[in-house]
Design a protein around this ligand. Structure first.
Ligand SMILES: [Zn+2]
Length: 435
């Protein structure tokens, strides 16, 4: 039996799928305008694990996991204007980076990856339904959702009206009937990407995208809706309002699951702060994807996760120990104690600690694989680990030399020397050997 903490119920509930043959899960995916930071990687890893756990618990079911790609957005449009390219160039580039980075963290591709730009028809259809039912209205080329038309609005975030208006940082616009109303559709000037609609040429607001794609690919009511804590309000509150009002009151999701923040020191990580740590940078610096993955799973998913150098070092040490233990073993029987911990609202700290207590290497391998860990052999882990690490650091040194930053280049050489690696610069480039 799986138990999940449901944000709407504010408690852990037994998970019972509506249809045990087809389990549906939707997670809000990336807006592709820049490299993902480590905070973006946490939901990707957490919900990848939840999917694997569901597949273990329901071996005869189809677990249908949809994660969208927001490929039309004002931030993408701004990035495209900066570079003087089409928004599709920006979106495609950063979607590929996202897939590469998450793949390196052992995140499997979702079953379905709907793209906003391919789903404009379903979005327009849902907006038309909302207008015809009196839950949305047109004003100056915009279509707005009428928050006062939905008596249940606010149930997920449990905020009062004043908090909602303040929290949404809503733009006060003269065409809004109520300050809490939010945009479903907005006009596009001629030089901005747009689509024809009953309200003129324009583009969708962000919230309608998820509601329309869930309806199109998974149905009116899904089993699990996931995302980061920061999406509860306004994004998920707005998704609920749109879907329920369009579908005669049918709930959007039966379980709402939210992961906590990744903390860099005292500050919440976000791209607007300068302290970006991206999985891409960490991987390039020679950290292995499994190290970052176990680090992201080291705290319970609902708790804040302090992201520190020390955590990365500890994560590597844990994996080194597990790899030494597993050796060249093939996967055997999955350990029940670890699965019990995972079935209890994804208790990963307990699951990882129990993993360390498994004596049988074949069982250790099979069980760790469920968590997306110990996918290499011991031999490949230690060989590949050292080589990719040294090579990444040599590349960083080459880049520093090219930029005439000789202080950094010398520092990298000294750091490698301290780790027992000697560099030799020759006409064909830099080679290395153990001291
Ligand atoms: Zn969403």
């Amino acid at each position: 039996m799986i138990r999940l903490h449901d944000t709407l119920a504010r408690q852990k509930r037994e998970f019972i799928p509506a249809d045990p043959r087809r389990i549906t899960m939707y997670v809000c995916g990336p807006t592709v305008y820049g490299r993902a930071h480590i905070g973006n990687a946490r939901p990707a890893v957490v919900f990848d694990l939840l999917r694997r756990v569901l597949e273990q618990a329901y071996p005869d079911a189809d677990v249908v996991y949809a994660r969208n790609v927001t490929d039309v957005d004002d931030k993408i449009i701004a990035a495209a204007a900066d570079e003087g390219v089409d928004p599709a160039v920006i979106a495609e580039r950063y979607e590929q980076h996202y897939l590469d980075d998450m793949g390196a963290l052992g995140v499997n591709p979702p079953t379905i990856a709907p793209h906003a730009t391919h789903e404009i028809g379903p979005m327009i259809a849902m907006i038309e339904t909302l207008v015809s039912k009196g839950h949305a209205y047109e004003a100056e080329g915009h279509v707005l959702f009428s928050v006062p038309s939905d008596a249940d609005y606010g149930a997920l975030s449990k905020r009062d009206r004043e908090q909602m208006i303040a929290g949404a940082r809503v733009e006060v616009a003269p065409y809004k009937r109520d300050p809490a109303d939010f945009v479903l559709w907005k006009p596009s000037p001629n030089d901005v990407v747009g689509w024809d609609s009953p309200w003129g040429r324009g583009r969708p607001g962000w919230h309608i995208e998820c509601s329309a794609m869930i309806r199109a690919h998974l149905g009116e009511t899904i089993d699990i809706h996931g995302g980061g804590l920061d999406l509860i309000f306004p994004h998920h509150e707005n998704e609920i309002a749109q879907s329920r009002c369009a579908h005669g009151g049918a709930p959007l999701a039966r379980y709402w699951v939210h992961n906590g923040f990744v903390d860099m020191g005292a500050e919440k990580m976000s791209k607007s702060l300068g302290n970006i740590v991206t999985p891409g940078e960490l991987l390039a610096a020679g950290h292995k994807g499994e190290v970052l993955r176990i680090g992201l799973l080291s705290a319970h998913y609902r708790q804040p996760l302090p992201w520190t150098e020390k955590l990365i070092a500890q994560s590597k040490a844990i994996l080194d120990g597990l790899y030494r233990k597993v050796g060249a073993a093939e996967a055997g029987t999955i350990d029940e104690g670890v699965m019990e911990a995972l079935y209890d609202d994804l208790n990963t700290p307990l699951a990882i600690s129990r993993l360390g207590q498994i004596a049988d290497p074949t069982s250790l391998k099979a069980t760790a694989n469920v968590l997306g860990l110990l996918l290499d052999s011991e031999e490949a882990w230690f060989r590949g680990g050292i080589r990719s690490d040294v090579e990444a650091r040599i590349e960083a040194r080459d880049a520093a030399k090219k930029a005439r930053d000789f202080a950094t280049a010398d520092r990298i050489r000294e750091e490698l020397k301290a780790d027992g690696i000697l560099l030799e610069d020759g006409p064909g480039g830099t080679t290395w050997r153990r001291a």
